[in-house]
Design a protein around this ligand. Structure first.
Ligand SMILES: C[S@@+](CC[C@H](N)C(=O)[O-])C[C@H]1O[C@@H](n2cnc3c(N)ncnc32)[C@H](O)[C@@H]1O
Length: 245
């Protein structure tokens, strides 16, 4: 089983994001970058769906992406946006800002170590984290496949995504499997692929502790991508972080 971001997971990535009726993250990234001089690193820049528009808007952003298929898509879709094909944990450098949108940071093992390392690379960090309320509350069933999304492909075929998850409360991890199915116009299954990813998640207290231990403080927090009411559960938190003091 693949650990992700190759095959259907790479080539259908943007179609599935578009199918999700969630607000986009681009305005939040633009707001964070506004007025910041110098080069910014975008960790996990994927297919370039956010990197491309940022570069087109004149921001000095360098993409970093470990999946060769995602980096290739990005270069094809947004040739003006530079992308390094490398794992961030192996990347050395200092930047005026670092952005890690979507939930890429949660894919990293050992978040404390990674936050310490980020402190060595920048003084301005943007992170977006999601909290799996639906999985934890039982709104989504554990240990069984459920329908996630289905998209029409440009060639008349269709792509279905099903998900299966397991929560490991002790370690604050969500293990999530994705099953991608390619179907022809009459609905017959042509091919299936599965991937698995482990995502860390953090309660408010755990996150505050983690930030304190690693020398970061929250300068600004935007909940649920800037939509909804203050009383809503926070599914997604976008943080502007700065060094303490
Ligand atoms: C959730 S996707 C988000 C992609 C993109 N930021 C977006 O919003 O469209 C996570 C991306 O981060 C990449 N990634 C995961 N771990 C990485 C690492 N350690 N270094 C560089 N890229 C990584 C994956 O290959 C994938 O393309």
């Amino acid at each position: 089983m693949s650990s992700g971001y190759e095959g259907f997971e790479a080539s259908w990535h943007d179609l599935f994001w578009e199918a999700e009726e969630a607000p986009g993250e681009l305005p939040l990234l633009e707001e964070f970058l506004r007025g910041k001089e110098g080069q910014c690193l975008y960790v996990g820049s994927g297919s370039g769906r956010l990197l491309g528009p940022l570069v087109a808007a004149g921001h000095e952003v360098l993409g970093l992406e470990c999946s060769p298929e995602m980096a290739k898509l990005s270069r094809k879709n947004f040739p003006d946006a530079r992308v390094l094909e490398q794992e961030w944990q192996k990347h050395e450098g200092e930047y005026s800002a670092i952005v890690i949108p979507a939930f890429t940071f949660q894919l990293f093992p050992d978040p404390q170590k990674q936050l310490q390392r980020l402190r060595e690379q920048t003084n301005h960090l943007y992170l977006t984290l999601f909290f799996p309320w639906a999985e934890i509350s039982g709104d989504l069933p554990q240990n069984e496949w459920y329908f996630d999304r289905e998209v029409d492909l440009p060639d008349g075929r269709s792509g279905k995504l099903e998900t299966r998850h397991k929560i490991k409360e002790q370690t604050g991890s969500l293990v999530r499997k994705h099953r991608y199915t390619l179907k022809d116009a009459s609905g017959d299954v042509l091919k299936r692929e599965e991937t698995e990813q482990r995502l860390r998640f953090f309660t408010d207290v755990a996150l505050k502790n983690l930030l304190k231990k690693t020398g970061w403080e929250i300068e600004k927090e935007i909940n649920n991508l800037g939509e909804g009411d203050e009383e809503d559960l926070v599914y997604v938190a976008s943080l502007h972080l700065r060094p303490v003091g």
